[in-house]
Design a protein around this ligand. Structure first.
Ligand SMILES: Nc1ncnc2c1ncn2[C@@H]1O[C@H](COP(=O)(O)OP(=O)(O)OP(=O)(O)O)[C@@H](O)[C@H]1O
Ligand SMILES: [Mg+2]
Length: 505
């Protein structure tokens, strides 16, 4: 038995107790910034204070977004980009691995560049750089994406041939390229290596052959997306409003990564050459969504942008289902982290150790609904409140869709008026989809179920719902587990099953 002991204490002692002196949310003065210089995200969970994001007091404008599939990462990014463009006229370049943003960018009057579907990038383009610097970047990309790093001789002859190709096209390798002068392509580099092979004077023909073979992977007819003259003006990427670089039509991950690395390199150069500007706000945001290969590698320019971006008003947004795929140097240095729903212990451990939030916040993160988030901000000056707080929901530009399963065909009139049994069950669309997936309902059945509910203002009667599930092949065991997961008691479940007639069907 526990004894409750009453005691007299002074108000100053009470004030020292952590809850009162250290509320679990930053003070409103920190959460709310000048609306003309900040972006509205949503209200906080505990005190319902509107949270507007601004990078002014943060260590940098970079953002990491993590969460399981369907948690709301891309939705957050879209909301953020649209509002940044209202507030600061911020330009955005989305490196769109899976083509997820294409439709939205089209709808928002942005520009979609579909690589692999008519658009080409010449990875030897200079946009004002010195050919020597570009050569180094191309080699770094090859090191990240191929095994060239393991073969120093092949690396050397490749580098030499790239420089030679620039010289042959009339460039001076150690001088900034004149604007508008056409760069050579990887095909020219391959030709140079082939000539050398044919001359027969080079000591290690096998090395040459392998170097040629490696480059050819990116220059084959039909797959020469990066070995032809560019159809995009890279210099304009960061000043063209909303630009989606859709990589989803490229044949594989290596091609996508090469495109992404090259675009990051060009953006970084642009950032450096434009230099410091006095204007307020953020000039450009670069989005890397699920681009693990390039967000994870130390040599990727994503790391560089995180280090130097602040002074150029250039922000990076990295979104991923797996926080351990984001390079440490990025993850531990971003000014803001949004953690949406995360389930895996491994990821929670990682997040907790790097952000050091409480076990309360940890358990909340595992229970988040769509769009709910924990936010951590790194301030420039020391603060006296916890850095991680909860958001009720990211309030975006799209409505949430609520679906209802109605119990009026299960309960009697008197039960309905007695109000003791649940009259209906409400779900957010993705929550219900997620649940159905959990109980092995097929994708096609889910789609037809939703089509039916959409036709009836997003609602369905319980018995019809159960019959539909059964018709689409869901077993009684799974149907019962689904009902249990709604905390319906066994008696009522038995009634639902028998009234629906599915056990005999
Ligand atoms: N804050 C929110 N308010 C309303 N709807 C939301 C919110 N966040 C996400 N959604 C909706 O939930 C669905 C899934 O969101 P989203 O595509 O952003 O997930 P994701 O985390 O990017 O998933 P994935 O990892 O699979 O790309 C979408 O239909 C989206 O419209
Ligand atoms: Mg997404």
């Amino acid at each position: 038995m526990t004894l409750l002991k009453l005691q007299h204490i002074t108000t100053s002692e009470v004030a020292k107790r952590s809850f009162l002196s250290r509320p679990p949310e930053p003070p409103a003065t920190v959460l709310l910034s000048d609306p003309f210089q900040s972006i509205y995200i949503g209200t906080t969970k505990i005190f319902k204070v509107p949270f507007t994001w601004s990078y002014i007091n943060l260590t940098n404008p970079h953002i990491a977004v993590v969460g399981i599939t369907g948690a709301g990462k891309s939705y957050f990014v879209k909301t953020f980009l649209i509002r940044a463009s209202y507030v600061w006229n911020t330009n955005a370049v989305i490196i769109d691995w899976a083509g997820e943003y294409k439709a939205w960018v089209n709808q928002s009057a942005g520009i979609v560049v579909s690589l692999g579907k008519g658009a080409f990038l010449n990875i030897m383009d200079l946009s004002g750089m010195k050919p020597l610097d570009r050569t180094k970047q191309i080699i770094t990309s090859l090191e990240i994406l191929t095994d060239i790093g393991d073969y120093p001789e092949q690396r050397r002859i490749t580098e030499e041939a790239i420089e030679q190709a620039y010289t042959n096209s009339g460039f001076i390798v150690y001088e900034k390229a004149p604007e508008g002068k056409q760069a050579p392509t990887l095909k020219d580099v391959i030709s140079l290596l082939q000539e050398k092979l044919q001359e027969g004077t080079y000591e290690y023909p096998a090395e040459l052959e392998n170097a040629i073979y490696r480059l050819r992977q990116f220059a084959r007819e039909g797959e020469d997306y990066f070995a032809r003259q560019s159809t995009i003006d890279l210099g304009k990427l960061t000043t063209s409003g909303l630009v989606d670089i859709d990589l989803s039509s490229l044949p594989d991950e290596r091609f996508r990564a090469l495109a992404a690395l090259f675009i990051l390199q060009s953006l970084k150069e642009r950032m450096r050459s434009e230099g410091w500007s006095e204007t307020k706000g953020l000039k450009a945001l670069v989005v890397l969504d699920e681009a693990w290969k390039i967000a994870g590698d130390d040599r990727s320019d994503a790391v560089m942008i995180v280090r130097e971006g602040r002074k150029y008003q250039f922000g990076l947004i990295v979104a991923s289902q797996n926080p351990t795929d984001i390079n440490e140097a990025i993850f531990s240095n971003v000014g803001t982290t949004f953690v949406l729903r995360v389930k895996f212990e491994k990821f929670l451990n990682y997040l907790q150790s790097s952000m050091s939030f409480s076990s309360f916040i940890r358990s909340e993160i595992t229970k988040f609904g769509v769009g709910q988030a924990a936010v951590e901000m790194a301030f420039q000056t020391a603060i006296r409140f916890p850095e991680t707080f909860l958001l009720e929901r990211i309030q975006g530009e799209e409505p949430l869709y609520i679906y209802t399963i109605d119990m009026s065909d299960v309960l009697t009139q008197s039960e309905l008026s007695a109000n003791v049994l649940p009259k209906d069950f409400e779900f957010e669309m993705d929550e219900l989809k997620g649940k159905l997936i959990e109980y092995n309902v097929s994708g096609n059945s889910i789609d037809s179920l939703f089509a039916e509910m959409d036709a009836q203002s997003r609602g369905i009667k319980m018995l019809d719902f159960i019959r539909e599930l059964s018709k689409s092949g869901t077993s009684i065991v799974n149907i019962v587990s689904f009902l249990k997961s709604l905390s319906i008691d066994d008696l009522l479940i038995a009634r639902i099953i028998s009234s629906s007639g599915v056990e005999n069907g």
